[in-house]
Design a protein around this ligand. Structure first.
Ligand code: PRX
Length: 657
């Protein structure tokens, strides 16, 4: 629960200070000219050709932006390219012997893939995918932890023009089935298991359970990650990855020519309703945008040993472990395990031993490092680091300063990057060689990005006032639609602020924010029913329907309460049916129900049994009040409640009386 020393989100701006980019960084930065903001503004949308020009195209685009059918924008129209070619083949002449992926397993072994190695394996696996029947435009699902075969499989799909849909390995079997059904995906690439805190975890059983819930025939490829540590059997229709690849030894697969607007991948994310949304990203715009932002914001250069310590199962890993860094020909570090195994200095040991140059991670991780103490990074030489980044949730100034001091040695700029699964890449952040940093504030919108903070009518708010983020112009990395659901795409993201009559289209990310006199934006968090637990996005409806699915539960409300490390945690308020007893057993069953339906990340921090939920006279659950109760904050206005007496009961329960 909240720490009295910790300023609340709303109060953040009060104690803000400013830090200039360190001189040693500026001297070598990819971008140093503040004129870039005006340049992009004056030359919009053609400015985005600078991003597309970071790639190699088979044929050039005819038009940078087509907006005939808003909000279905198209970028680099007429252009043709292949993402796998751009991440691999084109680096072979100059950088074939340089490392593309430097992977460390949790037990400590390393696997190194030069660009030539990665090219070879991707070609062999692409040939194998074709052999088992995958054709262009078939959606291939991946349900894999952080092992090198995951990016190999993604790039192999990209090579043959088959969009991938990666499902985070921590998600449950049910979540896998929902996503495979929703995308009609007939192919799954998974693995036998992986290591977590020294244990060999079975993953294949979970994948198989998920396949049991898929309503069509499937073909599966299984990577043997655990060898003798965990035996596994393959069922009919399941192939061993290594056998498939061996059978294709030396195979070369011509990269399939894709239109700029052809789908590169689908990524499911949570929204207001229970059904996850299949965010569609395309080949030309997405790849251009993640390459440009990797270069501009993360300062990636080919000779770097760059580390984004996210999971590829989320958008951050797609954009900034796989596609952005590899398109730029750098070395991307991957780590399989947790940061506290075998000890709490594991990350710093990795930075030290590989001379990592950039580290990009989430505020949740930084808050945990801060709690563990400076002695852990203090054991290692971190002087190879040149830049630090954060993503996924607001960072409190205290954690920012700790990161700056104890990890960056006050010599690394920090980029606090605000973006979303839907935006494909970063949208609001300082440019590290140019912008003053203000701890707690992400910064101004990137050049070419028209992000604003507005009131409910769409008018820009005054400095210091809270409002909503909007993006008032398209950008190359934007989602193109929700898979097979154009209507929901429009209603979720465009309806709130657009004026179709006037041909004004405004994207609404569903985040609250403040803006200061310098145009710096401080993100305050989601304004929809989405909880951000450790930087992971969870829909309250998904959690509630999991809880209501438990026998004996009549009604449930899930909200996000403050949490020291995770940022937010799930609080579940539950009403039982008559005849069922509150208590440990019911509590366990509810936790299990959530873990089975979604995964352990959605596990409620607390389950509070209550005879009633606070409701308005029109019968709507007053969630704001439940959040206040979870945070032990002063309660907002309760006068509109139909049943105000229930509030005190719930408060007593939360306080443990
Ligand atoms: O609320 C914002 C928060 O994460 C949400 C997007 O989640 P997701 O699509 O899973 O993507 C996470 C990784 C890009 C946003 O709507 N968020 C993301 N970055 C920041 C942030 N909140 C504050 N500061 C950030 N830097």
């Amino acid at each position: 629960m909240s720490d009295p020393d910790e300023p609340q989100l709303e109060a953040r701006l009060v104690e803000q200070e400013a830090f200039e980019p360190p001189e040693s960084f500026v001297e070598q930065a990819n971008l140093t000219d503040p004129g870039i903001y005006d340049e992009f503004e004056e030359n919009w949308p053609e400015c985005w050709e600078a991003a597309a020009e970071l790639l190699e195209w088979e044929s050039d685009w005819d038009e940078v932006l087509v907006d005939d059918d808003e909000p279905f924008y198209e970028w680099f129209v007429g252009g043709e390219l292949n993402a796998s070619y751009n991440c691999l083949d084109r680096h072979l002449d100059d950088r074939g012997d340089e490392l593309a992926i430097l992977w460390e397993g949790e037990p400590g072994e390393t696997r190194e893939f030069t660009y030539a190695d990665l090219h070879r394996e991707v070609n062999e696996f692409a040939a194998a995918l074709r052999e088992i029947g995958v054709e262009e435009d078939d959606v291939v699902t991946m349900y894999m932890p952080m092992i090198p075969e995951l990016p190999v499989a993604m790039l192999a799909c990209a090579r043959i023009g088959a969009p991938h849909s990666v499902v985070f390995a921590g998600f449950s079997a049910d979540a896998l089935a929902t996503r495979m059904n929703s995308s009609d995906s007939e192919y799954l690439v998974t693995c036998d298991g992986y290591y977590r805190r020294g244990d060999a975890l079975d993953h294949l059983s979970k994948a198989n359970d998920g396949l049991g819930g898929v309503d069509h025939d499937t073909t599966t490829v299984v990577v043997d990650r655990l060898g003798d540590d965990l035996d596994h059997d393959l069922a009919d229709g399941q192939h061993d990855y290594h056998e498939l690849v061996e059978a294709q030894e030396g195979a070369e697969v011509e990269p399939v020519t894709r239109d700029a607007e052809d789908m590169l991948f689908l990524m499911y994310t949570s929204g207001t309703t229970g059904q996850p949304k299949g965010v569609k990203h395309t080949t030309g715009g997405y790849l251009s945008y993640v390459s440009w932002t990797s270069q501009a914001v993360l300062d990636v250069k080919p000779d770097d040993t760059y580390w984004c310590a996210a999971d590829i199962g989320w958008i951050t890993g797609h954009s900034y472990i796989v596609y952005g860094p590899l398109a730029l020909g750098t070395t991307s570090v991957m780590y399989e395990g947790t940061p506290d195994y075998p000890d709490k200095d594991r990350l710093w040991e990795i930075v030290d031993s590989y001379d990592v140059t950039q580290l990009y991670t989430a505020p949740t991780a930084i808050r945990a490092f801060m709690k563990w103490g400076a002695e852990y990074p203090g054991r290692h030489d971190l002087s190879s680091l040149r830049l630090l980044g954060t993503v996924g949730e607001p960072i409190n100034p205290r954690a920012w300063k700790w990161y700056y001091t104890h990890i960056g040695g006050e010599e690394c700029p920090i980029v606090d990057t605000w973006w979303q699964t839907e935006t494909g890449g970063m949208m609001i952040t300082t440019l590290p060689g140019i912008g003053t940093m203000k701890p707690g504030s992400a910064g101004p919108p990137l050049p070419g990005i028209d992000a604003r903070v507005v009131d409910a009518e769409g008018e820009e708010v005054a400095a210091g006032e809270a409002g909503y983020v909007t993006v008032n112009r398209p950008w190359p990395g934007m989602l193109r639609t929700l898979y097979r659901n154009d209507e929901r795409f429009i209603s979720e993201y465009w309806e709130a602020y657009s004026d179709p009559e006037a041909d004004e289209w405004v994207y609404f990310p569903e985040d609250g924010a403040k803006i200061d006199g310098d145009g710096y934006i401080t993100i305050l968090g989601r304004v929809d029913d989405v909880i951000n637990v450790s930087g992971h996005r969870l829909g309250t409806m998904e959690i509630e329907s999991a809880i209501v699915g438990v026998e004996g539960v009549a009604e449930a409300a899930a909200v996000g309460g403050d949490h020291d490390i995770k940022g937010e945690a799930v609080y579940a308020y539950v009403i039982l049916e008559e005849g069922y007893e509150e208590g440990e057993e019911m509590h366990e069953r509810i936790i299990e129900g959530v873990e089975d339906a979604i995964g352990p990340i959605a596990r409620p921090e607390e389950v509070i049994f209550t005879p009633e939920l606070p409701k308005t006279r029109s019968g709507k659950i007053m969630r704001r009040l439940l959040v206040d109760i979870a945070n032990d904050d002063e309660l907002g206005n309760t006068s509109t409640l139909r049943n105000p007496e229930v509030v005190e009961d719930i408060q007593r329960k939360v306080a443990g009386d």
